[in-house]
Design a protein around this ligand. Structure first.
Ligand code: NDP
Ligand code: PYR
Ligand code: MG
Length: 609
């Protein structure tokens, strides 16, 4: 009976329902009442389970014991050979959406291979599983939807959200990324088609921070959509109704939060993603001290942008508070960044008022000024409104204010015109220009435009990736100012320490860790961020910083405090490499009620090799 109990937590949660077991194993289960070792899921079911499937990498012995000999061709492959094949396969597709579908299929077929492919080829794979292609996948979700990944909780489940969560087969979920699909990247309300975002974000939890896939749960809260095109689209897969709002919506989200805690515990991390602006800030304020939660668009984005600004100081020589920062956009991302910039300036010894005075903002109606009509400065916008003449035009604002830093988080694609960029370069030696909006079509400018119209002098980053650019014979490799540098590492630290709450300071710590990871060679190439190939190390470094903070502040609830925090975290990471599929004890202990399959004559097997 020790067989089942010696399995690792990693695989423990694989379904062991009688249907998944051969008759012999079912018998064994009935007799002993023990959990059946997942490697004992035999025959074709073993190949069909993406957690267990290794394709042609099963050894001869494994094929025999599992009863899959003959179900596959004779060839044996290493995981490395399989990775090469994956790369060849993906490169054969011309269209990004087809590459996305190939990766979805791979994840459904062979989980470890999928995650190793993404983890070891972040620069090539991240633009497919994440922005920009994930945006396209969400837009086409009704067309490409094949099999479920993640949980859809609809407003019709009111009163039964816990029961829906109980249908999720994994008992050990530690992290949820949830959206209601109202503001998917800069693409607006995509309703239930927004599911691609939690799925993509959680793929990065595993690929970039080694969080185990079975501990991750993507959730789409379907309260309808106000997107008329989707409501009329016969392919739409969500509730065909206008969004539920007000008290009904709020109490439904309350029920969801309570159900998560009831099902998975108080320290289940809940990452809010791509909610509409009017809900994002409210929920963050409402839940941040009562749940283990953060809003990635507000706080994760803030940390990545502030890290970029820390690094830019190494080029401009300016303190944080020596800058005049102009935001185009005054929403989740912009306000989140502004608030964290204020903290960073305060850390330099500047007062709150002075710090806020350095930050200027524009929304869709122009510059935020105190003279605006009542009610138009909702939320944190009011802190950044200035006594200044009203202005609507970006070019006019830049000429008047002469900012040293220009940050776009508006989803207004192309708003940084050549004239805007040239003007920034006319009074700054090294203008700092961030075009953070996603996906690529919504970027305020391209990397090529930024470098070209500032004669290569700008310090640039963008939310979605751009290829290297050549200006006057010099190659610039722009960094990607995306919260993907932040949320996986923060999540790893929070999950490992089982922290109950996530204080704002954790994002400042994450920003500093990220900034510290940038080398001079990155900067020389024009990048404010480390290359994506280093992002796994960065995530680990951020997690170490979060862990240290959690223990210092008494927030951690895993004891004893680990002395060597790096090793402690590393020991918990997902293993991308295949593990043995042989039973824990081999040869089998003498158990009369279990019959192993008859072994195929060795000669046949040798021939196969
Ligand atoms: N790089 C990254 O890691 C991240 C990037 N983003 C991107 O940032 C963008 C905005 O996201 P988010 O802040 O959450 O969205 P919000 O809807 O919260 O905010 C958008 C803001 O842009 C303003 N705006 C819209 N059009 C214009 C315009 N033409 N001129 C000036 N301001 C304008 C809006 O004005 P008003 O307030 O008047 O409506 C609003 O303040 C998206 O494209 C998103 O993908 C978001 C998170 C992370
Ligand atoms: C990156 C991200 O979170 C966004 O664009 O919404
Ligand atoms: Mg987002």
């Amino acid at each position: 009976a020790s067989l089942g109990r010696t399995i690792s937590p990693q695989t423990q949660s694989v379904p062991t329902t009688p249907n998944n077991q051969s008759p012999n194993l079912r018998q064994y289960h009935e007799v002993t009442g023990d959990i059946v070792c997942p490697s004992m899921i035999q025959g074709i079911d073993h190949l069909r389970d993406p957690r267990l499937n290794k394709g042609l990498a099963f050894t001869l012995e494994e094929r025999q014991v599992l009863g899959i000999h003959g179900l596959q061709p004779a060839r044996f492959k290493s995981q490395e050979e399989q990775l090469e094949l994956c790369k060849i396969s993906i490169n054969r597709y011309q269209e990004d959406l087809n590459k996305y579908l190939y990766l979805v299929d791979l994840q459904d077929r062979n989980e470890r291979l999928f995650f190793r492919l993404v983890a070891e080829n972040v620069e090539q794979m991240m633009p497919i599983v994440y922005t920009p292609t994930v945006g396209l996948a969400c837009q086409k979700f009704g067309l490409i939807y094949r099999r479920p990944r993640g949980l859809f909780v609809t407003v019709n489940d009111r009163g039964h959200v816990f029961d829906v969560l109980r249908n999720w087969p994994e008992p050990d979920v530690r992290a949820i990324v949830v959206t209601d699909g109202e503001r998917i990247l800069g693409l607006g309300d995509l309703g239930a088609c927004g599911m691609g975002i939690p799925v993509g974000k959680l793929a990065l939890y595993t690929a970039l921070a080694g969080i185990k896939p079975h501990q991750c749960l993507p959730i789409l809260i379907d309260v309808g959509t106000n997107n008329q095109d989707l409501l009329e689209d016969p392919l739409y897969i969500g509730l065909r109704q206008k969004r539920v709002v007000g008290e009904e919506y709020d109490s439904f989200i309350d029920e969801f939060m309570e159900a998560v805690v009831k099902r998975y515990g108080q320290n289940t991390l809940i990452q809010f993603e791509d909610f509409g602006n009017h809900n994002a800030f409210r929920f963050l304020d409402k839940y941040r001290n009562h749940y283990c939660t953060f809003n990635d668009d507000i706080q994760g984005t803030a940390a990545v942008a502030v890290a970029g600004l820390y690094v830019s100081r190494r080029v401009t020589g300016k303190n944080f508070h020596d800058n005049k920062i102009l935001f185009v956009g005054a929403g989740e991302a912009a306000i989140g960044i502004a608030d964290l910039c204020v903290r960073a300036m305060q850390a330099e010894g500047v007062s709150l008022e002075e710090a806020r005075s350095k930050i200027w903002m524009m929304d869709i109606d122009g510059l935020l000024t105190t003279g605006r009509k009542e009610g138009s400065l909702e939320g944190h916008k009011v802190y950044y409104a200035k006594e200044y003449p009203a202005m609507r035009n970006l070019q006019e604002v830049i000429e008047s204010l002469k900012p040293s830093v220009l940050i776009g988080a508006s989803a207004a694609g192309g708003i940084f015109t050549p004239e805007v960029l040239q003007t920034m370069a006319s009074f700054n030696d090294r203008p700092v220009i961030f075009a953070l909006s996603n996906p690529t079509s919504k970027a305020e400018c391209t990397a090529e435009q930024a470098y070209k119209y500032t004669e290569g002098r700008c310090i640039f980053s963008s939310g979605s990736p751009f290829p290297p650019v050549e200006v006057n014979g010099k190659i610039y490799k722009p960094g990607q100012g995306n919260n993907a540098y932040i949320f996986p590492g923060v999540a790893l630290g929070v999950i490992a320490t089982m922290t109950h709450h996530i204080p704002e300071d954790m994002f400042l710590i994450a920003a500093r860790e990220l900034a510290d990871s940038v080398d001079e060679s990155d900067l020389e190439q024009g990048s404010l961020y480390p290359p994506l190939e280093k992002v796994r190390e960065v995530s680990l470094q951020i997690a170490i910083g979060i862990t240290r903070f959690a223990y210092n502040k008494g927030l951690a609830s895993t004891y004893p405090e680990p002395v060597d925090k790096r090793k402690w975290l590393e020991d918990q990471l997902y293993n991308f490499n295949y593990e043995s599929s042989m039973p824990v004890t081999w040869p089998w202990p003498k158990m009369p009620h279990i019959k192993t399959r008859e072994l195929v004559p060795t000669q046949l097997l040798k021939d196969a090799k």
